[in-house]
Design a protein around this ligand. Structure first.
Ligand code: FAD
Length: 311
């Protein structure tokens, strides 16, 4: 069995594996796609101490760093279930089981869950084609790339309105499109939004297409749900803010999740299950960023080590 088994090979999982291996304990990492969301990222300008990099470069560096330690890497494997130590079974007493989709079972004294999250897509024509070419999901990451330009934010919940307020300070103009008849964000955010002069709010607006010139986004088409009319806005960027979905479906019923499906953790990154820790975008950590996921992964590994020496 492992001392620490990490599930997920994004920034959080990679950091957790390195921190665990550096303690000289038996460490494994199982990941469906090594690198996680970083694979889908073009410019990265907020990974502190590296002025500029891109996703594939950072994924390679992550992989090299993990491989320089004695870590069992199990790529292209999907975890499908987690089971508490079976107290009745003497042979595996005290071990946590991770069941893989392939049918195999891995056992470990502690587990770190770092399965990340994914942005909810609008699923309209143009969205996929112009990803990283004007279609963006993260204002903290990509806001500065649109300095002085006209962008849209799709989504009128807290994240959409927060994004619009954030972007209004960086870009030239923001058009916020909300499908519903009214914004759903907290009143205090809505009040703040309405004080901003370079923001236009459109409600009852259903985004139907992201348009482009073949290389970059040049606008967005929406249907006015009151009149039924289809309208086009010329702009250079579209931020889609309709939700971030944690990859925690396979954990439902085994440990405490928030109402959004995020794994609840404490300051040591411990979950509600003894010996099970979690880190990164799949958890209740409020901000989802590479550098934060790495710090959380390190914290979870140290939490797991602390747990192990007390067993
Ligand atoms: P992830 O990166 O999501 O990794 C999750 C890992 O778990 C993957 O290896 C995945 O394959 C694996 N996994 C999932 N489910 C299972 C399962 N059941 N079994 C086994 N393995 C599983 N952040 C920044 O700081 N700067 C940026 O510029 C930036 N730009 C971004 C651009 C885009 C397009 C996107 C999508 C995100 C961007 N982010 C950026 C956010 C950043 O990528 C995430 O915050 C970060 O990757 C989270 O790391 P993580 O390890 O928690 O999860």
């Amino acid at each position: 069995p492992y001392d620490v088994l990490v599930v997920g090979g994004g920034p959080a999982g990679a950091a957790a594996a390195i921190y665990a291996a550096r303690k000289g304990i038996r460490t494994g990492i199982v990941a469906e796609r090594f690198g996680g969301q970083v694979n889908d990222t073009l410019a990265i300008e907020n990974f502190i101490s590296v002025k500029e990099t891109d996703g594939p470069k950072l994924v390679m560096a992550l992989e090299e760093h993990v491989k320089s330690y004695d870590v069992d890497i199990m790529p292209l494997q999907r975890a499908a279930g987690l089971a508490e130590p079976e107290k009745a079974d003497n042979k595996h007493a005290g071990l946590i089981e991770v069941k893989l989709e392939s049918g195999a079972t891995l056992r470990s004294k502690s587990v770190i869950l770092a399965t990340g999250a994914r942005w909810r897509n609008l699923n309209v024509p143009g969205e996929e084609a112009y990803k990283n070419k004007g279609v963006a999901y993260c204002p903290h990451c990509d806001g500065p790339l649109f300095k002085g330009k006209h962008v849209a934010v799709v989504g009128g919940g807290n994240s959409g309105v927060e994004a619009a307020i954030d972007l209004a300070g960086v870009v030239g103009h923001v058009t916020l499109l909300q499908f519903d008849t009214e914004l759903k964000a907290d009143a205090v955010l809505q009040r703040k939004l309405r004080t901003l002069e370079n923001v236009t709010i459109l409600t009852s607006a259903q985004t139907t297409e992201v348009t482009g010139d073949g290389t970059r986004v040049n606008g967005l088409t929406y249907t006015d749900r009151v009149t039924g009319e289809s309208k086009h806005i010329a702009l250079e960027g579209v931020f889609i803010q309709i939700g971030l979905v944690p990859n925690s479906d396979w954990l439902k019923g085994t440990l405490n999740l928030s109402k959004y499906g995020e794994i609840e953790i404490n300051s040591h990154n411990a979950t509600s299950l003894p010996g099970v820790f979690a880190a990164g975008d799949v958890t209740t950590v409020p901000y989802k960023q590479i550098i934060i996921a790495m710090g959380e992964g390190a914290n979870a590994a140290l939490g797991a080590f602390d747990y192990l020496i007390r067993q």
